[in-house]
Design a protein around this ligand. Sequence first.
Ligand code: SF4
Length: 134
Amino acid sequence: MAIDTQIGQELKRKMTCIVCPTGCQLEVEKNADGKLSIIGFQCRRGEVYAENEITDPRRVLTTTVKIRNASLPLLPVRTTEAIPKELLAKAMEILAQVEVTAPVRTGDVIVTNLLDTGIDVIASRDMKRTEDVA
Ligand code: SF4
């Protein structure tokens, strides 16, 4: 979770780094001239995470889509890379309309070029046809 304080053009944000389980508490300050000052990280990955959270926040989307003729009604899927956070809701709307047919293999592309991001949505697990399940 992030906590923002905005004073004019300046921004202060407190956030937890989610890159590794250590969960460092980061503080990012954006000055009026747009320069970032970051404290609280224990490694470069945390510093990059904080920069990206301010300039281009992204998340890997994991969800499910409907699947026909399979042992389960839903197929777990994920994006191949993190997509802009602002597109997550629209991406969920699109994936709610998707229905695939078994069999599906892990890594099969379910949606190509999601929302023109150049990023695909792929299956996260195998799903056999109902008649192939012993
Ligand atoms: S700053 Fe580095 S050590 Fe701390 S949580 Fe992030 S990745 Fe882990």
